[in-house]
Ligand binder design. Structure first.
Ligand code: PRX
Length: 683
């Protein structure tokens, strides 16, 4: 099979996940029901013609017109600073106004956010658009008047899945303050590094939150974050601490006099305050979202106001098919891009009622999600393959016991195996809901490939073609196009810019240009967008029908349970352990989590392998980066397989972990070590 041959070639890319992609066969199409089509937001097949490259870039006006603008733009796309594209130049708007204020006239008594606490005996909170408006205004007043924050300042939000997170984000957006949300599951140190990079003078956090039946002390982590940033000369002047329960403080960490303030107390001085939304240029910055790349330093993807919001609003309306009457539930964490785009900004821009669930999907049992869906009458459901695999394992028949009815479901974040897709379709969706498999990235703001659900059939395991306005292409390493249907994998790129694409990497334009455009740019001085295809960093195959199947990352990134981790970050964390001389991490295939990190380490002279050292390494990674990065296995090996020039051959370690073919090792500097490691790992 041609595809297998190319997968072998891709296997030479170090630490490539794609090298271990399962070899899938072509799957049959599944069609949306007439009932779904009858109610869908987008049923006009002409949309693809309207968004053809001939109509680029003006086609994107159609998305921007979903928003309310204070002032219309004069230039749809400005390419003068290629490839830092500027969209809707001259336009002015406010993101918070578009997600909240403009809905009041029709929907003020409608629920904007249903907050479901993890403890099942705590009542669900239903926050109407009117209440959201009031709470966002009060928080905006605190940020402006108590913290002195103004347009363009950065503020770090280290908050879990409670309504305080979107409320604080929207308050920032109201002022034109740039938020940088750090996933609450990241360690305090990881948060501190992001505070440092964004130079945030204010940190907003919470005392604690529930996960898996435990009340976690989050303020203690926030203190570590502040200390980490201050060790790098960024002093956080104010820490605002939300309380999980209004009447008690659930953290053991002391409040620091003159630095830490309870948000709930400060808010009392701003009861019913209103703050005018600041009219921002379309090209202003809405937020930074840090993500892992091929160096040890996470990069701050910088997203615009006008372009980003137009794009996610359109994706929520046309791909997710959200109507104001729907109850929409995305299970992602707001601390990742999925939550930003598809819990907060996209759904609220289209006046959705959006569910926020604090806890883990299977707590206290595999029926929890379906009870929530039944109680709130959720009809649009959005989650990741890892969660679907977990739910399938924990309670394969559970969904059928509950009387909820989904019309639409999304999968995102990792490739989904066709048999997992089919369980999602038949059991979770009860054979009635459409599924969109949305492929995209932190950098891209919104979806790149997916079916438009009423217009294109589904194909298990394939994301689909480009969404309207996105023109994907697969290039080989030399920059030749691999035609659809060739059965050959290559690097997936997007031919054209689009409004959701990040503006740049915060404070690092060079890294932005080289990472995403370096390989296939035709002329570094060109101002013509055709010369700047965007390289996503994923390997993919495009079938004859234009549907794209994503195989995995081709760079030093591992996608663990849908969470993106940099191999260099994990390796650097391992190297902080005194005994460790060298470290190499690879992506091992895992039945539930898709990929998990296996960490190979060698010791400095004078140390002997031991369980204690393994644990030390594993704990160091969890402390420095967060529990999600904890390696599935740590192997202390006598030496790393190396080329004659001393480069560690991660590909060989990956082949050993995945019981694949290590290939020809005779040219290595130390070929004997390969067999020794294989025996150690595989037994
Ligand atoms: O490898 C792709 C995978 O997740 C990467 C992006 O990760 P992140 O920036 O954290 O964003 C995750 C949420 C969009 C991609 O480079 N990925 C994302 N969606 C899919 C996917 N792989 C296969 N199928 C998808 N639907």
């Amino acid at each position: 099979m041609a595809e297998e041959k190319v997968l072998e070639e891709l296997g030479t890319v170090e630490s490539s996940e794609a090298a271990y992609a399962v070899h899938w066969k072509e799957e049959d199409y599944y069609h949306p029901s007439p009932e779904f089509i009858g109610q869908a937001n987008m049923t006009d097949p002409g949309i693809f013609e309207r968004f053809s490259l001939e109509n680029f870039p003006d086609c994107f006006r159609e998305y921007a017109e979903l928003l309310d603008w204070d002032q219309y733009w004069h230039t749809t796309l400005d390419t003068s600073d290629a490839p830092c594209w500027k969209w809707f130049v001259g336009g002015r708007l406010n993101a918070c106004y578009n997600c909240v204020d403009r809905h009041l006239a029709r929907y003020k008594n409608k629920t904007a956010i249903h907050f479901v606490p993890e403890p099942e005996d705590e009542p669900i909170q239903h926050i109407t658009y009117q209440e959201l408006y009031r709470r966002v205004n009060e928080v905006a007043a605190v940020l402006r008047d108590f913290c002195g924050l103004k347009t363009g300042d950065r503020v770090t939000l280290y908050l879990p899945m409670t309504p305080e997170l979107p409320i604080t984000m929207l308050a920032c957006a109201r002022l034109g303050v740039i938020h940088s949300v750090v996933f609450a599951g990241f360690s305090g140190q990881a948060c501190g590094d992001r505070i440092w990079d964004s130079e945030s003078r204010v940190l907003i956090t919470i005392d604690g939150y529930y996960r898996n039946g435990k009340l976690l002390d989050h303020k203690a982590n926030a203190d570590v974050a502040v200390e980490t940033a201050s060790n790098q000369n960024v002093n956080v002047e104010k820490v605002l601490v939300w309380k999980r329960y209004k009447d008690r403080y659930v953290s053991q960490a002391p409040m620091v006099e003159g630095r830490d303030y309870f948000m709930n107390d400060v808010l009392k001085n701003y009861a019913r305050a209103t703050v005018e939304p600041v009219s921002m240029p379309a090209e202003g910055i809405l937020f930074l979202m840090y993500t892992s790349g091929s160096t040890g330093k996470p990069k701050g993807a910088q997203h615009s106001i006008g372009g980003y919001l137009s794009y996610v609003a359109a994706m929520s309306k046309y791909v997710q098919d959200i109507h104001p009457e729907d109850v929409y539930w995305c299970m992602a964490d707001i601390g990742w891009i999925t939550g930003h785009s598809f819990i907060v900004y996209g759904p609220l821009a289209v006046a959705a009622s959006s569910v926020i669930y604090e806890g883990v999907p299977t707590y206290p049992d595999a029926g929890r999600l379906w009870r929530i869906a039944e109680e709130l009458d959720v009809n649009i459901f959005h989650t990741a393959p890892t969660t679907i695999r977990m739910l399938r394992k924990a309670g394969p028949d559970e969904p059928l016991k509950y009387n909820y009815k989904f019309k639409h479901m999304t999968t995102v974040g990792e490739p989904i195996e066709p048999e997992v897709w089919k369980w999602y379709y038949h059991v979770v969706g009860k054979g009635k809901a459409v599924i969109v498999d949305t492929w995209w990235q932190t950098e891209t703001g919104g979806f790149l490939c997916s079916t438009v659900p009423a217009l294109k059939p589904m194909k298990p395991g394939s994301a689909g073609p480009g969404v309207p306005g996105i023109h994907p292409v697969i290039y080989d390493d030399e920059g030749n196009e691999i035609p659809p249907g060739a059965g050959k994998a290559g690097n997936i790129c997007i031919r054209n810019p689009w409004p959701g694409l990040m503006q740049t990497i915060w404070k690092d334009r060079d890294r932005f240009v080289s990472t995403y455009f370096g390989k296939y740019n035709k002329d570094p001085n060109s101002k013509d967008w055709r010369d700047w295809p965007y390289m996503a960093g994923d390997a993919a195959v495009m079938a004859a029908d234009g549907y794209v199947r994503i195989l995995g990352r081709v760079d030093d990134v591992i996608n663990v349970a849908g969470h993106r981790l940099g191999t260099k970050e994990i390796e650097s964390a391992a190297l902080t352990v005194e005994e460790i001389a060298e470290a190499a991490v690879i992506a091992a295939v895992d039945e539930l989590r898709g990929r998990i990190p296996h960490l190979y380490v060698s010791l400095k002279p004078g140390y002997e392998p031991s369980k204690e050292i393994e644990d030390k390494v594993s704990n160091a990674v969890a402390t420095i980066l967060g529990k999600i990065a904890r390696p599935g296995r740590v192997f202390i090996v006598p030496d790393m397989p190396k080329t004659r020039s001393g480069k560690i051959m991660r590909r060989i370690l990956a082949a050993i972990s995945n019981r694949g073919d290590v290939g020809d090792v005779t040219t290595l500097a130390n070929p004997d070590v390969v067999e020794a490691i294989r025996t150690q790992v595989q037994g």
